[in-house]
Ligand binder design. Structure first.
Ligand code: ATP
Ligand code: MG
Length: 137
């Protein structure tokens, strides 16, 4: 069954949006198979966003991801990688539709509250970066 990595970023945790976000994935019908609260080191954040190395916002992005607790999760279900991204909405909250997580709850691209894997390869890589196989139900 398909699995994806979802993280509630430090702004989402700080703003008290954990239950709101989990609720949306649960109500859709996806199954939570792993969850933990972690403060990533900056080095770990750089690994997570490795493909964005060289972008002007890379350093700030990694500082931000490592600035506080993150809810790291693995969700399972049919089409969860692509549809999870649909629930999340466009990268910039300016472009994300109402009804999506970013569309309803965020206004800034640098504080867009949630991360979701963007494809099967990244999902696999991110799940194994954030979790040990034993952590998955
Ligand atoms: P994520 O990987 O966090 O789920 P995404 O896949 O929608 O987001 P990416 O292109 O992977 O978007 O960018 C990763 C993150 O980098 C974005 O979520 C956003 O917080 C930040 N980011 C992307 N573009 C910009 C930008 N132009 N300015 C500032 N931050 C940006
Ligand atoms: Mg991405």
């Amino acid at each position: 069954l398909e699995r994806t990595f979802i993280a509630i970023k430090p702004d989402g945790v700080q703003r008290g949006l954990i239950s709101e976000i989990i609720n949306r994935f649960e109500r859709k019908g996806y199954k939570l198979v792993a969850i933990k609260l972690v403060i990533p080191t900056k080095e770990f954040a750089e690994k997570h966003y490795d493909d964005l190395r060289g972008r002007p916002f890379f350093n700030g992005l990694c500082d931000f991801l490592s600035s506080g607790p993150v809810v790291a999760m693995v969700w399972e279900g049919q089409g969860v990688i692509k549809y999870g991204r649909k629930l999340i909405g466009a990268t910039s909250p300016h472009n994300s539709e109402p009804g999506t997580i970013r569309g309803d709850l965020a206004i800034s691209v640098g504080r867009n509250i949630i991360h979701g894997s963007d494809g099967p390869e990244t999902a696999k890589a991110e799940i194994s970066l954030w979790f040990k196989p034993d952590d998955l139900i």
